[in-house]
Ligand binder design. Structure first.
Ligand SMILES: CC(=O)SCCNC(=O)CCNC(=O)[C@H](O)C(C)(C)COP(=O)(O)OP(=O)(O)OC[C@H]1O[C@@H](n2cnc3c(N)ncnc32)[C@H](O)[C@@H]1OP(=O)(O)O
Ligand SMILES: N[C@@H](CCO)C(=O)O
Length: 362
């Protein structure tokens, strides 16, 4: 299976006010819904991910998935047993309604796209599952921004989530995380080509701002030791900054340039802004009497996973989440790669998810 499908979910009223008419959500599925309807696994992507969890030959996708080994026959999530659903988040740019989608007047939303919270994104996913005739999920799993949606699912729909697996995430966005986002948002907004968010009719795109945002973010996704061991003070081939003057680059600079360009080619700057602000909005305790009380109502069997070297979502945040959840298991990924370890360490992630799925609710 796999292959992108679309659901039209009608009008959504948003948490902070504002209305989105004719919300469309792009999604992919693997496996089959069983008769009891109790084998659904909802996979939640991170900031620049999408519904394409797994790449499949012949499914019309040139790109691999972002958790490619997760869903596979005999793998951690076997599509013979489970019905896996992954959607592109509300506000995104991979098929779901976002700032580049047409507004009712036919022009792209651009600067008019409303503020969207993680709760709005989960509300859209709930509508999607309703549309697919699915009342409950056997597991919701996600990392980073996907982990925010996973934990929101467990808090918002405590009776409908059997298991919740949260990787490299947090019960609420911290001051440090919001702080790292601020220069990223400014980099995009201060790019003259951004034009306040209304650049779609122009032949210029805010690639410079988006690229700068990605560079800042990417450094926080990795570790000081990894970068040093991998690149050290090496010059990019033929571009020694100590010899080539203005045009010289260290290898690590070239690496960041590469990631900046790659993201700018596949991602919309307005979506980056909208999703970053959604992450900043994340606080499971908002209007629920605080984080402890909100998490106290979770009924799912939870697995809380951190990456030992994650400097952006440090393990202490997973400790807090774990401590406040009524039923929770704490797992650790050991990685040289920092935050991105939840994407890169597929073997460890796979083992943890397999074990969580095999565990029966007590
Ligand atoms: C079409 C698509 O891209 S679909 C993607 C869907 N979305 C996602 O996957 C989001 C989540 N993914 C990510 O954030 C990242 O891609 C990650 C975390 C998976 C990347 O992790 P890693 O595998 O460790 O990649 P790493 O950071 O080492 O980067 C490798 C790239 O850097 C390039 N690179 C390495 N050194 C240098 C250098 N000195 N100069 C320039 N480029 C360099 C490599 O050639 C490689 O390029 P490629 O990705 O185009 O093949
Ligand atoms: N590298 C990941 C990390 C975000 O948490 C992404 O781009 O989605």
């Amino acid at each position: 299976m796999g292959g992108r499908q679309f659901a039209h979910l009608g009008t959504m009223e948003l948490e902070r006010g504002g209305v989105l008419p004719d919300v469309r959500i792009a999604y992919e599925t693997w496996g089959r819904l069983n008769e009891a309807g109790d084998n659904v696994i909802l996979v939640e992507h991170a900031l620049t991910g999408d519904s394409h969890v797994v790449g499949e030959a012949g499914a019309g996708h040139a790109s691999p998935g972002w958790w490619n080994s997760l869903v596979a026959a005999g793998g951690p999530v076997d599509p013979d047993a489970w019905f896996v659903i992954a959607s592109n988040v509300l506000g995104g740019c991979q098929g779901s309604t976002g700032p580049s989608s047409p507004a009712p007047d036919g022009r792209p939303w651009g600067s008019r796209f409303p503020y969207v919270t993680v709760r709005d994104q989960v509300a859209a996913e709930r509508l999607l599952l309703d549309r697919l005739g699915i009342a409950r999920v056997a597991a919701v799993v996600g990392g980073s921004m996907g982990g925010m949606r996973a934990i929101e699912w467990a808090v918002t729909h405590p009776d409908d989530v059997d298991r919740c697996i949260v990787l490299a995430s947090t019960p609420s966005a911290t001051a440090d995380q919001i702080a790292w986002c601020q220069p990223q948002l400014l980099a995009i907004r201060q790019d003259p080509a951004f034009a306040g968010g209304d650049y779609y009719a122009s032949d210029r795109r805010p690639d410079a701002g988006l690229g700068l945002a990605r560079r800042i973010a990417h450094i926080t996704y990795r570790t000081e030791t990894e970068l040093d061991e991998r690149f050290g003070r090496e010059a990019q081939l033929g571009e020694d900054p100590l010899r080539a003057g203005d045009r010289g680059r260290f290898a690590v600079e070239s690496y960041l340039d590469h990631h900046a360009g790659k993201l700018a080619r596949r991602f919309d700057a307005n979506s980056y802004v909208v999703l970053t602000e959604a992450m900043n909005s994340h606080d499971v305790g908002r209007d629920r009497g605080g984080v402890q009380r909100a998490l106290g109502r979770v009924r799912a069997d939870c697995t809380v996973v951190s990456v030992d070297t994650d400097r952006l979502y440090p393990p202490r945040l997973s400790d807090e989440l774990h401590a406040a959840l009524p039923v929770s298991r704490r797992e650790h990924i050991v990685s040289d790669f920092g935050h991105d370890g939840f994407l890169i360490e597929e073997d460890q992630v796979g083992r943890i998810i397999r074990a969580a799925l095999e565990r029966r609710r007590s």
